[in-house]
Design a protein around this ligand. Structure first.
Ligand SMILES: C[S@@+](CC[C@H](N)C(=O)[O-])C[C@H]1O[C@@H](n2cnc3c(N)ncnc32)[C@H](O)[C@@H]1O
Length: 224
């Protein structure tokens, strides 16, 4: 039995299950498995789902939070789902972020990101694009997640993976890296789960501006 054969059999299994339970994507089972294992959702939670099209994760989130608010964002349209708010837009654009803040109308208990770049087949480029999307997803969490909230984020494995893990560790008390059974065996994706959001945006180390670099030192805002 080759890895490819096993992967195809697994995909077939989740494809059939998605049809049977009326989920829009096989991806629904990844979220179901992570929620069953780690307890992501609670009744009444507010949830933000980034990279939500066609809506498999939105269906699961809505089922599991009942009357809670669920807001999905994607570049692509999402067919309506009862009780779910959707936004078509690029999350790296400030206007999409603004629309999200408006439609969410408060803070979220859970931020999910299943965002994936268009896979070009060039491993390191796909990885770099995935990392870029992750940094935006983490920025969304910084802006909307409640203290003690939960985040789940998809990352394509590669040499920059430790950066994302570190960024998650700065913000969450508990960080776990997980590969749900419903992920393809041949895929390089993993999910990083953060629990217990600290609610503080970690300070960034910034490069000084050019004129500051030339100055010897600064006293109360004045450069010497
Ligand atoms: C694997 S699919 C998500 C599947 C979804 N979780 C589901 O269960 O149906 C990844 C999605 O990320 C979206 N995406 C990629 N870059 C994005 C961006 N900058 N802003 C918003 N969505 C993005 C893609 O359009 C794509 O629909």
């Amino acid at each position: 039995m080759t890895k490819r054969w096993l992967s195809e059999r697994k995909q077939e299994k989740y494809y059939k299950l998605a049809k049977k339970y009326d989920y829009r994507s096989r991806a629904s089972f990844k979220l179901i498995q992570m929620d069953d294992r780690f307890g992501i959702f609670e009744d009444g939670n507010s949830v933000v789902d980034l990279g939500a099209s066609p809506g498999g994760w939105l269906q699961v989130a809505k089922e599991r939070v009942g009357d809670g608010k669920v807001v999905g964002v994607d570049l692509r349209p999402i067919k309506p789902i009862d009780g779910v708010i959707t936004i078509i837009g690029d999350i790296t654009a400030e206007e999409t972020m603004k629309e999200l803040l408006e439609k969410l109308g408060g803070k979220a208990d859970v931020v999910l990101s299943d965002m994936a770049p268009n896979i070009g087949g060039h491993y390191s480029t796909d990885h770099a694009r995935s990392i870029h999307l992750c940094t935006y997803a983490i920025d969304v969490a910084d802006r909307v997640l409640k203290k003690d909230g939960i985040m789940v984020i998809k990352v394509f494995m590669g040499d920059m993976f430790p950066t994302i893990r570190e960024e998650m560790e700065k913000r969450f008390h508990i960080v776990k890296v997980h590969e749900p059974d419903a992920s393809r065996s041949t895929s390089s994706e993993v999910y990083v789960l953060g629990g217990g959001f600290k609610g503080i945006r970690p300070k960034k180390i910034t490069e000084p501006a050019e004129e500051e670099k030339k100055a010897e030192f600064s006293v109360k805002g004045e450069l010497k």
